[in-house]
Design a protein around this ligand. Structure first.
Ligand code: NDP
Ligand code: MG
Length: 330
């Protein structure tokens, strides 16, 4: 069984007298900085000069400075900038100030696992990766709970890397839900595969294609949108709360029978073979190389794909349909 850490396994006092620098104040950064601050941890936020988030940090009462300043003044540096630029920020503004004994942290293993960032051997390198977007990490904490997280240790120069990472996770609220032990490799590869095959790639493609099939058959786009897109949330909520059993027992027997007999015709042995190829591209670093290269040349392919997706009829119709649902607009 995988090892899971809870409140009693983590000691916040490990962070007494230490300063934590949060680099970036986006989705994860704002949640980490504010949760840790409210847990009594000494936090400073590092940004680039001219960031629109600079004033937002100040207004929330936290210290803010450049990445260089914050790295110099802090003992623990959590890197929460976009993964595709992290190695540059690291090289220019973090690496020069990494004195022995400092701790470098990440919320995703991408740059360490694929060797884009190679920290000196005399510092600790660890990961606390919340299993949820930043706004959820923040909201659940404010409600008195925590979002589960993963912990991994890449380098343990001080022999306290795990204790520090778990204390950080406790300040974030994650030990309330549980922190699962993993490795940089496992976190990175499963995360990339999951978002590509299912979460962000697979589901979106399935919904778009099913929408096209209905519209091409002459059904109203609004009806197609409801059936193939809107209702995903209702179904996923049931799966999330009680597994497939809860979902299948809530839908009609007709839907359940249709699911058993037709679902496996959508995800076929060919689909599984393709999933294995996608996993191999992740494992061999092929995807990482492709994505970092795409960024080096200014993201032309990425930007084109974004535009094409934004122009898909499911997005146009969806925006209209959602404007009818007042409760979605706040
Ligand atoms: P965001 O894009 O939401 O935020 C990035 C932040 O970095 C912004 O505040 C941005 O500034 C700042 N930034 C950009 N460039 C620089 C720079 N050169 N120097 C300093 N700061 C800079 O990122 P996320 O929070 O989504 O991702 C951060 C990390 O968390 C990644 O490793 C990601 O994989 C991981 N993660 C993300 C999850 C998520 O749900 N989003 C879930 C789990 C892990 P500005 O405010 O000016 O734009
Ligand atoms: Mg992910």
């Amino acid at each position: 069984m995988a090892k899971v850490y809870y409140e009693n396994n983590a000691d916040l006092s490990v962070l007494d007298g230490k300063k934590v620098g949060i680099i970036g104040f986006g989705s994860q950064g704002h949640a980490h900085a504010l949760n840790l601050h409210e847990s009594g941890v000494d936090v400073a936020v590092g940004l680039y000069p001219g960031s629109p988030s600079w004033d937002v940090v100040k207004e929330s009462g936290l210290a803010v400075g450049t990445v260089d300043e914050v790295t110099i003044s802090c003992d623990i540096i959590m890197v929460l900038v976009p993964d595709q630029i992290a190695f540059q920020v690291y090289k220019d503004h973090i690496e020069p100030h990494l004195e022995p004994g400092k701790t470098l942290m990440f919320a995703h293993g991408f740059n360490i696992h694929f060797d884009a960032i190679n920290p000196p051997p005399d510092i600790d390198v660890s990961m606390i990766a919340p299993k949820g977007p930043g706004h959820l990490v923040r909201r659940v904490f404010q409600e008195g709970g925590g979002v589960p997280a993963l912990v991994a240790i890449h380098q343990d120069a001080t022999e306290s890397a795990l204790a520090v990472a778990l204390a950080y996770g406790k300040g974030l609220g994650a030990t309330k839900a549980g922190i699962l032990e993993t490795t940089f490799r496992e976190e990175t590869e499963t995360d990339l595969f999951g978002e590509q095959a299912v979460l962000c790639g697979g589901i979106a493609e399935m919904a778009k294609t099913a929408f096209e099939v209905l519209v091409e058959a002459g059904y109203q786009p609004e009806s197609a949108y409801f059936e193939t897109f809107h209702e995903i949330k209702l179904i996923v909520d049931l799966m999330y709360e009680g597994g497939l059993a809860a979902m299948l027992s809530s839908v009609s027997d007709t839907a359940e029978y249709g699911a058993y007999t037709r679902g496996s015709r959508i995800v076929t042995p060919e689909t599984k073979a393709e999933m294995k190829k996608i996993l191999a591209e992740v494992q061999q670093g092929e995807f990482a190389r492709e994505w970092l290269l795409e960024n080096q040349v200014g993201q032309p392919h990425f930007k084109a794909l974004r535009r094409i997706t934004a122009e898909h009829p499911i997005e146009i119709v969806g925006a209209e349909v959602r404007s009818m649902m007042a409760w979605l607009n706040d």
